[in-house]
Design a protein around this ligand. Sequence first.
Ligand SMILES: C[S@@+](CC[C@H](N)C(=O)[O-])C[C@H]1O[C@@H](n2cnc3c(N)ncnc32)[C@H](O)[C@@H]1O
Length: 281
Amino acid sequence: MSFRLLSIYQTRDLLAARDAGLAEIDISLDLGLSETRVHINPEGALLPGGALLPWPEIERIQAHAQALFRVTDEGGVEKVQAFSEAFGRLYSLMPTAGAPTMLISGIPMHRIKSTDPLQDTRSKIRAASPKGRVLDTCTGLGYTAIEAARRADEVVTIELDPAVIAICRQNPWSQALFEAPNITQLIGDSFDLIAAFEDASFDRIIHDPPMFNLAGQLYSADFYRELHRVLKRGGRVFHYIGDLRSKSGRNVARSAARRLQEAGFRAVKRRPEAFGLLAFK
Ligand SMILES: C[S@@+](CC[C@H](N)C(=O)[O-])C[C@H]1O[C@@H](n2cnc3c(N)ncnc32)[C@H](O)[C@@H]1O
């Protein structure tokens, strides 16, 4: 699949090249995964395929640090975003120097302060240590599912909102979600869909839900009992919570740990470096 995506990370270089009088420059149109040669002329930047991106459009992108833009066939640009009628949420991709994050009604889906979405994902994966069959309860941009699938035999990942998956299709860093043969995607509410899985059918669970106040059911005793039921003996759940050193993170972690133990997990350990808890069956 070929992408034509631009954010300030590319327009900064295009504008610098124009100001330096260069005739061409290599930039990435797929958010850093590969580089493409772009020709520069007084009207704008000539992209592969022949679309001319005029300088006013490039300057418009440069003025939006938190937005990612797609170049249209007509040489215009539009934000990569989707409004979910079903859930009343606006999703958009937010650029970083590498893999983008998604803003859900303005809130980033991954940690980006002093880190980036990929490092955030890797710390969750280190804590979860995926192997065998893995359940990923909240797909999002698919980063945890994709990283888990590199280490495990099979990953089943569940996303509530189809609009999120529509954004994943436009994100070069999410493509393995659609291409990896060992990832199965399900659309629906994890709270409901988990009932269909057999007892002791997963070796690992990655539970990376929205914040407690947005998705209380996914922190409930009923849901934790289901996590325990579908997990094999000797298995573990990584449960993302948020910064365990913050007051709210500490409180959510304390009550989640209590409910996890009541649900049958034999031990629950804090993993502050991964912003979560690890529950052992
Ligand atoms: C923090 S993000 C997950 C990030 C993901 N692990 C990644 O690597 O990109 C939470 C995601 O869970 C989805 N979600 C919210 N409630 C859900 C539910 N009940 N069942 C399944 N997914 C849910 C949200 O739409 C959002 O995409």
